[in-house]
Structures are given as C-alpha cells and as structure tokens.
Design a protein around this ligand. Structure first.
Ligand code: FRU
Length: 506
C-alpha cells in the first residue's frame, strides 16, 4: 500500500492492455483492460454518458487486492476504456476497494460509494477483516477519497450485524434530493440481510433499518443488493453465497435472487410477493441496475461465477466479462429481461427461414457465426407432441454448446460440456420453462466467449461463458419427433450501424 498504488495500476494497464488483440476479446461484451474483472460497480448515468466500474486486479487473471476498473459508453455496446478509478491505498481500504456504486451530485461531481476492506491481526494470531463503507468524489476520470472516510462502520450496524460481512453499497437519489443506499450484511443468525441507510447530502449517513433478510432460506451472506421500483412493484436483488438448491429454480453455490414485492417507504416495510432466480445459467452474478434518463431500468451482471473459476483459458491476458446490458420489466408478477434495444442497430446480414420442418439434424444456409443475434421459434408440426428439440451453437467436429428443450417436462437445458474447457466443474444447467403446448421462443446472443439465451421474450435468461475456438462457428438444429421452426438470424457488427435489412428470406 503506497500513494503510488493507483498510479502504478494506471501505468500497467496503459502499457499492457493495448497489447491484447481485439479479436481475442468479446466483440460486444466488456472485459477488463487487462487482468481480472468481477462485479459491475457504479453502473450509472453521469453527465449524459453511462459509466461502469468493475472489481479489478490488473496484474493477473486471478482475484487480488481489489481496484476499480472503469469504462463508459453511450450505447451500452461500444465501451471506452478509462484509467483505473480506485486503488487500495489508504489505511482503511488497504486490503481492497470492494464493490459499490455511483451517483451524480447536484454540483456535477460524481460520488462513488464502496466497501473499504482492512485486515487486522488479532491477539490470538488470527487475521480478521473489517468492512466499512467509504466515499470518493470525482469528475468522471479522477477521484479523490473523501477525508471523512469511512462513513459507515460497525457503529452503524443494527444489533447483531457483522462488521466482517458488511459490503456492496448501492446508492441512489430520491426525487426530493435525499439519498438512500442498501448494503449487504450478515445478521446474528449467520445469514444475509439488506440494510437501508439514508443521507441528506450523500456524505452523512444514518441507518433506517433492515429491508429483508434471508433467514437461511435463500443462501447465507447476501452480496451486492439492489433495490428499485419497477412497473408498480418494488424489486430487491441479492447475490447470495452458499445457496442450497430449490428445485430447478435455485442451484447450489453462488446464486442470484430477485424478490418482487411492495414497499411502504415510511415504515421501511418490504413485503415479498414472489421470489425467482435472476439468471438461470452457469455464469451470472452480482448484477447491478441503473435508471436511464428515458425511464428504462437496465441491468448488467458479471458473466462469470465464483464456482467455475477454473474454466479459464491457459494463456489468457484477461478474465471475467460483463453480460449484455438488459432492459428489465415486470409482467404477470415475473421479472423479464431483454438485451438493450441499442443492439438492434448493429445487426446485419439478416437471414430468415419460416416453417422449416425439422425431423433430424439440419443446417441452414448462412445460419452460422460466433457474433450472432438469432431468434428461433418452434411449435409441434403434428398433433402429437415432439420428444425434444435442440439448437447446437459454436460447433465444429469437436466442440458444441447445446440448448435442448423437452416439451413433456418443459425443461430447457444448456450444456457446455464440450465448449473448450476441460475443468471438472458444472457444465450444464436445467430450468423449468412455462409450458405452452410445445411452443417455445429463444433469442440467442453469441459472442466470442459467451452464450446468452432469452426464453419466451425474456421471461427467463440463461448465461454461460464458453471458451470454444472461434473456428467452431456452425449452428445446427435437431428434433426427435417433428417440429416446425422459424429462424431469424443476424450477425452483430459494431462497426455497421443500421445495416439490419440487407438480408435474405426463405
Ligand atoms: C461479490 C463480491 C462482493 C465483494 C467483491 C469483492 O462477487 O464477493 O461481495 O464486494 O466481490 O471483489
């Protein structure tokens, strides 16, 4: 820890980041300038642009002393890299600047709120960690840590709240100009809770109370909360550690949970009405949202999971990527998500097929590629229900990632067992889809290192990272039984705005 810590990180990333060839990164998903990335931080609108910070360790592709990396965008797809914003360089954050968030102050400055981590050697020789909340103020590029840090400490916890697990503040500004933040905490029963704090100016904070708590039902420590109104409901996002599986809804390990309910502001009373997973894939964690000036609530997540870190290409100079930013809505009590509409501007080479009769493995002319936005709609071709349907992507003689649907069970399964990593980790995930007599609609986004599936207009999302070589670019369809299928497929090319219509139909 020295005053030079940030300067050193900025020099390092400026020198070595540009050496990573563009074609060795995703085409339209954000990766770290160099080294390691985890959670999205400070996803917010500042002076007309969208800023995104991230948990960052530039020096290796492993998690290490946490810095904040930084990028900004106008369309959620073209990211401009900015110098690292925060480094662990003070007494109170010498062991890491953990996750947090950002808000624009009325005077035009940007306020960052983050978790400061400090380790202490106890009298018994054991190291303990304390987590406090700290501030930094800046102009969109350079930030100064506030002289009054830390602003929330053990003294600001409710009774029984853990000063060791007290992290990931998400801040916002209310219509009356006052500020709120939610932060994750471990409560006296050992499981997670979300605490709410209030401030008049963004600098002096006081506890309002507990918004909701796991009571060991949805995992243990609740990381990275977010709390926002959406379509007449109130939504609480948490990323729990140590989840136990619940049917096909929640899997073991680090998961993402969306609690939908109502919220009485004056009594700080959140009443749950529905609980669901945010993403049903393998690689998604710690999502954060922003409210765009046009009213859209947009979410981005870390498209990776702590449980599958050994799925890492050997010679990688970067590791960890962000999901496509997703527009959120609530329909019939469920969270829906769709890729940001800005993506549509960069679709080109449209290929369209209708009423393809599928009874065995089929390739369609010009339906291939690794930077793709493809919508597939299927229905039974006969009165008798088909047995199963499959889409194979990122495929060659050796590799394939498969999405399979069985209408009798209504289970959709994604399988990346043969997607370029031999690590012995989870490679499949199954989810229960709302049954619709064998009808199903999938929008599949492919980028060089990922597959994101949006089921039935975004009713469910499924994200996985893949490491398949880029020459594996075939796409095929398969059915046991007979299926009628429509396919609309575009390439994504960020250099070709507005080229969507130059295509062919069959
Ligand atoms: C979630 C998390 C956060 C923490 C950060 C550390 O992925 O564990 O709780 O702030 O990562 O990098």
């Amino acid at each position: 820890m020295t005053d030079n810590t940030l300067h050193r990180a900025r020099e390092f990333e400026a020198r070595y980041g540009p050496l990573i060839p563009a074609d060795q990164r995703p085409a339209y998903h954000l990766t770290p300038t160099i080294g390691w990335m985890n959670d999205p931080n400070g996803f917010s609108c500042y002076q007309g642009e969208y800023h995104l910070f991230y948990q960052y360790h530039p020096y290796s592709t492993e998690w290490g002393p946490m810095h904040w990396g930084h990028a900004k965008t106008r369309d959620f797809l073209h990211w401009e890299r900015l110098p690292a914003a925060l480094a662990p360089d003070t007494a109170y954050d010498q062991n890491g600047c953990f996750s947090g968030s950002a808000v624009e102050l009325p005077d035009g400055r940007q306020l960052l709120v983050y978790t400061a981590v400090r380790k202490h050697l106890g009298e018994d020789g054991r190291t303990t960690e304390t987590q406090t909340q700290a501030l930094a103020v800046g102009d969109g590029v350079n930030y100064e840590k506030w002289h009054g840090n830390p602003v929330l400490t053990a003294a600001d916890l409710p009774e029984g709240g853990s000063p060791v697990d007290f992290r990931d503040p998400k801040v916002w500004r209310e219509a009356d100009g006052s500020y709120r933040l939610v932060v994750g905490n471990r409560s006296s029963d050992g499981s997670g809770a979300v605490l709410l704090y209030r401030s008049e100016d963004g600098f002096a904070w006081s506890l309002v109370g507990t918004v909701d708590a796991s009571r060991s039902q949805y995992g243990q420590m609740w990381e990275c909360p977010d709390f926002f109104p959406l379509d007449g409901k109130q939504v609480l996002f948490v990323s729990p550690q140590e989840m136990s599986p619940i049917g096909l809804e929640f899997h073991a390990g680090n998961g993402t949970v969306c609690l939908i309910g109502s919220y009485d502001t004056s009594a700080n009373r959140f009443v749950r009405e529905a609980v669901q997973a945010i993403d049903y894939g393998i690689d998604f964690y710690a999502p954060q949202t922003l409210l765009a000036p046009d009213g859209r609530r947009i979410m981005i997540g870390w498209m990776q999971n702590w449980n599958t870190l050994s799925c890492k290409p050997r010679d990688a100079r970067w590791f960890g990527q962000m999901s496509i930013p997703r527009e959120l809505s609530i329909r019939e009590g469920r969270l829906y998500q769709q890729p940001v509409r800005e993506l549509e501007q960069y679709r080109c080479n449209r290929v369209c097929y209708q009423n393809v009769l599928l009874t065995s493995e089929t390739n369609l002319h010009r339906v291939e590629g690794r930077m793709v936005d493809m919508t597939v709609e299927i229905r039974p071709a006969e009165r008798e229900l088909y047995h199963s349907f499959r889409v194979n992507v990122a495929k060659d003689g050796e590799y394939v990632t498969t999405i399979r649907y069985r209408p009798d069970t209504s289970i959709l399964k994604i399988d990346r067992t043969r997607s370029g990593s031999n690590a012995d980790v989870v490679h499949t995930r199954s989810l229960l889809v709302r049954p619709q007599d064998g009808q199903l609609k999938l929008r599949i986004l492919l980028d060089r290192y990922s597959v994101e599936v949006f089921v039935n207009d975004g009713e469910q999302a499924v994200s996985v990272a893949i490491f398949t070589r880029q020459s594996a670019n075939a796409i095929s369809f398969d059915a046991i039984g007979s299926v009628l299928m429509d396919v609309e497929k575009y390439d994504i090319d960020l250099d070709r705005k507005g080229a969507a219509e130059d295509g062919t139909s069959h």
